[in-house]
Write a protein that binds this ligand. Structure first.
Ligand code: GLY
Ligand code: MN
Ligand code: MN
Length: 448
């Protein structure tokens, strides 16, 4: 198992030049559409807490990260001019209070004309002189960071880049395979901690240790949910005490490699046979959904189809009665499964462009009654996305069914049985292939 993600172990360097070529082509097109000659991409500026001198964790601009695997390089810039090698203005402060970035090294510097600067003022001389022909992409909350460039984040360029990011390059897919392997390592360690009876906080530490991430390096806040906490969709408390009785464990946690994320959920029964059966039934349903992934699939339709499949899971588990269409139209499935089937994945965990119909910025709404679906595009080869069906006891949603046609379709005693377990979610990351899909998550677990 690879745990060193440098080129020496990963051969990413062999794939990286073609990735940069693809980015150049995408940016040529974006520049052309925006009527500009140069695109300047700002990595970002650390933010300081109000009335304090401590910074918030730094998160680099995803546009910057798409070019270079530099997740911790504030106040730096990519400059790209059509037909020329991209320039990287690499800010290396002279600072004895903090650690400073390393000198550029690894598989990526060969692709850039690198200008190391030691002070932010030195950036200006490495930018194109014709600032009126530039656009800048990044979070510019201080004009000083734009160096006189007035066209900030024009949608005429951004929409093209966001739409294109839905399709991953071979290099990106390789990074995401590694991120999946890294995440799987964490899941195995976390499950072992759970089996040992550890509280959420300790399980979280076991995960972080196994993936070698600090909290700030995780692609998103770990969801480490024992028992009923599994029903809180974005539960990010980390209970320090172990619960009196351990029933279940839902872990939604990923890792990143060179800025690319994995997003993985597994659910476990501690020792309850009925809950273990529900988890297994959900696992089978999740794999059936994954088996439907291929180019041309309408993800919104698959989401609605998932509701019908989960209706069958609810019936099999004794939680509901009725045929799938009735359970869908009366709102029973939505009360148990109130989130989307999944989303695009990449540099951002909920990657950009999930609603985009085309590069002009037109969007596709989620189906009516399903506002939380984050991916409405037709699937294309080399999209990477998640498949994450779930069933939960969320009382505020289930109570809404009282007094409606749905009420008699819910087996309330079974809801009472499931409540202490929270719920079950199984989440894999898949790449759409020419004829089906590659399951990055299952492959990663299988390779451990
Ligand atoms: N981890 C957040 C999500 O699954 O979308
Ligand atoms: Mn997800
Ligand atoms: Mn997740």
């Amino acid at each position: 198992m690879v745990t060193d993600y440098s080129d020496k172990n990963t051969a990413l360097g062999a794939l990286y030049p073609a990735h940069v070529d693809e980015l150049r082509a995408r940016h040529d097109h974006a520049l052309d559409n925006a009527g500009a000659s140069h695109v300047v991409i700002f990595s970002g500026c650390p933010k300081t807490v109000f009335l304090d001198d401590n910074p918030y964790p730094f998160k680099a601009n995803a546009h910057f990260l798409s070019w270079v695997p530099l997740t911790a390089l504030p106040l730096s810039y990519i400059v790209y001019t059509a037909g020329e090698a991209p320039r990287l203005i690499y800010y290396l402060p002279r600072d004895y209070w903090h650690s400073v970035p390393d000198q550029p090294a690894g598989y990526w510097p060969d692709q850039f004309d690198i200008r190391v600067v030691h002070s932010p003022e030195d950036v200006a001389k490495h930018l194109p002189n014709d600032r009126d022909k530039c656009i800048i992409i990044g979070e510019i909350d201080d004009d000083a960071h734009a160096f006189g460039i007035e066209r900030v984040n024009p949608t005429s360029a951004i929409n093209i880049l966001h739409f294109a990011r839905g399709i991953k390059t071979e290099y990106e897919i390789a990074c995401m395979r590694l991120a999946s392997q890294r995440g799987a390592l964490g899941h195995v360690a976390a499950e072992a901690a759970f089996r040992d009876g550890a509280p959420e906080f300790e399980i979280h530490r076991a995960f972080c240790k196994a993936v070698s991430h600090t909290d700030n390096e995780l692609p998103y806040g770990n969801i480490v949910a024992l028992n009923a906490h599994g029903a809180v969709l974005h539960y990010t408390e980390l209970e320090r005490q172990k619960p009196q009785h351990i029933h279940s464990f839902l872990l939604d946690a990923g890792a990143q490699v060179h800025g690319y994320a994995s997003d993985i959920t597994r659910t476990y029964s501690f020792n309850d046979v009925r809950f273990a059966e529900l988890v297994e039934r959900m696992n089978t349903a999740q794999l059936e959904i994954v088996a439907k992934i291929k180019p041309g699939v309408d993800y919104s339709e698959l989401h609605v189809e998932t509701h019908r499949m989960l209706a069958a899971v609810l019936v099999d588990a004794g939680l509901a009665t009725g045929d799938p269409d009735t359970l869908l139209t009366t709102g029973v499935t939505t009360a148990f499964f109130p989130h989307g089937l999944g989303h695009l994945l990449g540099i951002q965990v909920h990657d950009v462009g999930g609603f985009m119909e085309n590069e002009s910025g037109a969007t596709i709404d989620p189906p009516s009654g399903h506002p939380f679906l984050r991916l409405t595009r037709k699937l294309e080869e080399n999209m990477v996305l998640t498949i994450e069906p779930g069933i939960y006891v969320i009382d505020m949603l289930l109570e809404n069914l009282r007094g409606t046609d749905a009420e008699r379709h819910v087996v309330w005693n079974s809801v009472n049985w499931l409540r202490p377990f929270g719920g079950v979610r199984i989440e894999d990351d898949v790449r759409v292939s020419a004829t089906g899909c590659e399951n990055l998550t299952r492959d990663a677990f299988a390779a451990l």
